[in-house]
Design a protein around this ligand. Structure first.
Ligand code: FES
Length: 64
């Protein structure tokens, strides 16, 4: 599913970047893809996807 229509960035792309590059913020994510660089409507959803993926990667969060 596309998260950023302006730049054709999918949720899968964002998840892969979070896993492989260990990004932890939208600013870091933007080092790899231009998410939110045009209309900005995708930022909120991109952040949700990123946070979801970070939560899955952090085993300590499973005990909270
Ligand atoms: S949808 Fe991402 S910048 Fe427009």
């Amino acid at each position: 599913m596309y998260i950023c229509l302006c730049n054709a960035i999918s949720d899968k792309t964002i998840r892969n970047i979070v896993c492989q590059q260990h990004v932890r913020s939208i600013r870091e994510l933007r080092d790899f893809v231009p998410v939110g660089s045009n209309c900005g409507k995708c930022i909120r959803q991109a952040r949700e996807i990123m946070n979801e993926e970070i939560a899955q990667l952090s085993p300590i969060n499973n005990f909270a």
